[in-house]
Ligand binder design. Structure first.
Ligand code: MTE
Length: 314
């Protein structure tokens, strides 16, 4: 994601480490932080160990393109709550606690309530879905997410017929999210989907990546993944889901309404005002490749936008 006057950059070679070097460095950092925190917060030690999912089912929606490396997916991130640099989320999140965690689900629904993360992990079928992620900054990755189809979560709260949109909100906590001490964007980070987009089978509530629970830098403990939209729609560390009859104003619409629209469907034919969207650089590759309409998911989702002017509704 870019704010005016900043320049997008691909990861430097020194930022890309092998998985073993990366994991050693992480366990060193987490171990140090855990030791430092153990006296005050005895649960920090166990929180540092990512849990592996058992009984994952493979999704038929997965792409067969090669998956990006672990250290690319977890070491080159956009998560402004931890800072604006690509390695800030990894560097500043070692002590982040994602438990206890619950999500308030309210607004225009018949059964408002709380979604508990442990219930989400134990009572819903977790799937592995390998999706392309296309960032608005014109880079992309292929990520092996683990998660639950969003529709199966939303149905439990029985949205009523007045609900036309769903709004998502990230946690506000200046202690856990150091970036929130600075007015980088208006906090909390918010996003929204039209109801039919939220209920679409491709829309995933991710709980993990690479077969393990999400690390903080990827949005622990739960984040949205909407693979046909630019990455900024995939909001992280969600604490509220609200059904509404009004189109939500997302963080990036507030920040720069002429640059970031509500729909944000990946569209090589509609340039960002400051750069082209025709091509993308797959992280880890040298040559750029053409960007596909709806990020390659046109067969599944183009019908949602039939008759709409996609230049006006960018
Ligand atoms: N969610 C929150 N709360 N804060 C953010 O800064 N960045 C977005 C999105 N979700 C962001 C966020 C952007 S711009 C992108 S491209 C994706 O997260 C990146 O997801 P990843 O870091 O897991 O690749």
């Amino acid at each position: 994601m870019l704010i005016r006057n900043s320049i997008a950059s691909d990861p430097k070679s020194f930022e890309i480490t092998s998985k073993s070097t990366y994991l050693n460095r992480r366990s060193f950092l987490q171990g140090g932080a855990a030791l430092a925190g153990a006296a005050l917060f005895p649960w920090s030690v166990s929180a540092a160990m990512p849990k592996k999912f058992k009984n994952l089912i493979k999704s038929p929606f997965s792409t067969d393109e090669p998956v990006n490396k672990y250290d690319e997916v977890t070491g080159y991130n956009n998560f402004y709550e931890f800072g604006t640099g690509k390695t800030d989320p990894m560097d500043n999140s070692a002590t982040f606690e994602s438990r206890p965690w619950s999500v308030t689900v309210d607004g225009l629904c018949d059964k408002p309530g709380q979604l508990d993360i442990e219930d989400l992990l134990s009572k819903f079928q977790q799937e592995e879905r390998i999706y392309r992620l296309r960032c608005v900054e014109a880079w992309s990755m292929v990520v092996p997410w683990v998660g639950v189809q969003l529709s199966s979560i939303l149905e439990k709260f029985e949205p009523n017929s007045k609900a036309k949109y769903v709004e998502f909100t990230t946690l506000v906590d200046k202690k856990r999210f150091p970036g929130q001490n600075y007015p980088i964007v208006p906090w909390p980070y918010t996003e929204g989907l039209r109801m039919d987009e939220a209920m679409h089978p491709l829309t995933l509530m991710a709980t993990g990546v690479f077969g393990e629970e999400l690390p903080p830098q990827n949005g622990a403990p739960l984040r949205l993944v909407v693979p046909w939209k630019y990455g900024f729609k995939s909001i992280k560390s969600i604490v509220r889901i609200r059904f509404t009859d009004q189109q939500p104003t997302s963080t990036w619409m507030q920040q720069a309404p002429n640059e970031y629209g509500f729909y944000a469907n990946v569209n090589p034919a509609v340039d960002h005002p400051r750069w082209s969207q025709a091509k993308e650089r797959r992280i880890g590759q040298f040559f750029r490749q053409p960007t596909l309409p709806f990020n390659g998911y046109a067969d599944e989702v183009a019908s949602l936008y039939k008759g709409m002017d996609l230049k006006a509704n960018f």
